[in-house]
Design a protein around this ligand. Structure first.
Ligand code: ATP
Ligand code: MG
Length: 572
């Protein structure tokens, strides 16, 4: 490609509102431009990278036997009502109406569309298993679009769906996708970790996230170097702390004390001059219609996903203040397990068990209990309800754990029969019995991957593309185009390189060499070939963007050197 007319508007300065390296560099190198908040155009250079990543994904998906197809983007509301997600998906679902006032959504994901299709078309176990995938634009009205294409409202995703006749079949389909994702991310030059995204309380490994470690990541992962355990912080299991059951009935009797205005853990701790870890935090929820009081040690937080799974609840929400006053007899801040009514189910985190002499709300405005002892003064069911924290150890081997920030680029999930049951996607088994299909879903964010690749592969001067996803292999630069020898040598090389199957960006602009070199560093192609003064002796310079190595070589030695860094692209 000749650069003179290539539509690649580069920017010298950092755009003011781009907070992350990848966002800045994608704008500056001319890969993307914003059309609206969270909506981006891919310019030719960006589109080439998208295509490279897509091709790698296609190759790895096809290897597993998954079949590419294309589902619609525009979904009738009816489809989403059948699964229940027209209401449950919330404001992230982009909704619109057609001229007949019929409601539609723009697909944020495609479980509904694909389940409806399989429900109609597949009737027998003989046709299963099948895994299909698509590469398509998704729409999500994110509350806070940010960091460019990392969290946008319109983005490209590869999503795949597996349909099996048995749980063992699903395990097999899932394993193939896990391996394919590992291959895809590795080929794209990403360093990543596949982490459990399953709450340990329901057991098993029903879902994994593929996380690219990065300081700008919104996820935190917990890893153990000793045994290899890795999980999303939200889902990481917390091992129950040892406690002394004999101590349960010991200590002073509980006593009700006046704590005027002290509602929060911090206020209570100050007022009574006790550490936060001595206070029981009590939070009221409604779980499938049942009032639940969840307890955790004052210095920890309740994790709602874990609570939901311990309760086996389908729907969980915080109890509104008016309902709390009704059912507990006091405002939040003064509620607690001692003396809570019989209609309230009390569940406590393991951290509460063995809290001897605890402080908790007295279900009376401006009063708390002190010296409360679990199982003496109240009964609870115990489980893993809190988020893992610094100071905790590995739930598997009890060794030290580390916390790392990262970007979620992929997510694979065993869905089971959630959608096939809701939408009636059934097949007849060997015995002629109708059974719901057993599904898995597998998503990888292609736009987000590109941002993640740049986050992990850049320096102060610009992007440093891994060769497999670089928009071109080689940046060819003639230092002085007016010099006939240089120009002719560069032209000849441009043709030769392309003949050999390399993708070449040829800077044929009449610009100062400094400008050309700066742009080349910014764009970050793996190799740069500079044709300068020594062209007269048939010598050119080749430099490697990733390592900074430079070699001056006679032209005939060029080819061996290039092959060391990039493979020619098979452009048939
Ligand atoms: P997040 O927690 O970041 O919102 P998610 O759990 O909603 O992600 P999934 O529904 O699992 O994401 O979608 C699959 C993949 O799509 C994600 O792993 C991510 O790579 C990508 N993705 C999701 N939301 C966005 C977005 N707003 N912009 C760009 N990519 C996204
Ligand atoms: Mg999301």
């Amino acid at each position: 490609m000749r650069q003179q007319h290539y539509f690649m508007p580069t920017l010298r300065d950092n755009p003011a509102d781009a907070e992350t390296a990848s966002h800045r560099l994608m704008l500056r190198a001319g890969l993307i431009r914003q059309l609206a908040a969270g909506v981006y155009t891919y310019l030719p250079l960006g589109q080439r990278v998208l295509r490279k990543v897509q091709n790698i994904i296609r190759e790895e998906m096809d290897k597993t036997g998954a079949q590419e197809m294309l589902l619609p983007t525009l979904h009738p509301a009816e489809l989403w009502k059948r699964s229940g997600r027209w209401d449950d998906y919330g404001q992230e679902l982009m909704r619109l109406k057609d001229r007949h006032d019929r409601e539609f959504a723009l697909g944020p994901t495609h479980e509904e569309a694909v389940t409806a299709l399989f429900g109609n078309e597949v009737k027998s176990y003989k046709k299963l298993p099948v895994t299909v995938y698509q590469i398509q634009t998704k729409f999500r009205d994110e509350r806070r679009p940010r960091f460019g294409v990392l969290r946008s409202r319109e983005f490209v995703m590869k999503d795949a769906y597996s349909f099996d006749a048995s749980p063992e079949g699903l395990n097999d389909s899932y394993r193939k996708m896990y391996e394919a994702y590992t291959a895809i991310l590795t080929r794209c030059g990403l360093r990543f970790k596949a982490v459990e995204a399953d709450s340990g309380t329901i057991g098993g490994t029903g879902t994994h996230e593929f996380i690219v470690p990065s300081d700008i990541g919104e996820d935190t992962i917990v890893c153990c170097d000793s045994c290899g355990y890795a999980a999303n912080i939200e889902k990481a299991e917390v091992a129950p702390a040892p406690y002394d059951a004999a101590a349960e009935h010991a200590g002073q009797p509980a006593e009700k004390v006046h704590t005027p205005g002290a509602r929060t853990i911090d206020e209570v701790a100050r007022y009574l001059n006790v550490p936060q870890r001595q206070i029981i935090k009590s939070v009221a929820f409604r779980a499938d219609g049942q009032t639940v009081l969840a307890l955790v040690r004052g210095d920890y937080e309740i994790n709602e996903a874990k609570l939901k799974s311990v309760l086996g609840a389908g729907h969980l929400e915080m109890l509104p203040e008016s309902a709390i006053v009704n059912e507990f007899g006091s405002a939040p801040g003064f509620i607690g397990p001692v003396g809570a009514g019989p209609s309230v189910k009390i569940v406590a985190d393991y951290s509460v068990r063995g809290m001897n002499g605890a402080v908790c709300g007295a279900n009376e405005p401006d009063f708390h209990w002190v010296n409360a002892v679990p199982e003496r003064d109240f009964h609870a069911e115990y489980g893993d309800l809190r988020q893992i924290a610094a100071g905790d150890c590995c739930p598997r081997c009890s060794d030290e754990i580390t916390f790392t920030k990262g970007i979620e680029v992929g997510h694979i999930f065993k869905l089971g029969t959630k959608y096939s049951e809701a939408m009636g996607a059934v097949f007849l088994d060997e015995n002629g019995q109708a059974r719901p299909m057993i599904m898995g879903c597998y998503g990888i964010g292609i736009s987000r991957m590109i941002a993640a690749i740049i986050e992990q592969n850049h320096d102060a001067d610009g992007i440093v593309w891994p060769a497999a996803v670089a928009p071109f292999h080689i940046h060819l630069i003639a230092v002085h185009l007016q010099d006939k020898v240089q120009r002719e040598a560069a032209e000849r090389l441009y043709h030769l390189l392309r003949e050999q199957g390399y993708e070449v960006l040829y800077d044929d602009r009449d610009e100062r060499p400094g400008v050309k070199f700066k742009d080349a560093d910014l764009i970050g192609l793996p190799l740069r070939i500079t044709v300068g003064k020594k062209a007269a002796d048939n010598v050119v310079e080749i430099s490697v963007r990733g390592t900074g190595e430079r070699f001056e070589v006679p032209e005939k030695e060029l080819w061996k050197l290039i092959r060391r860094y990039v493979e020619p692209y098979d452009c048939k």
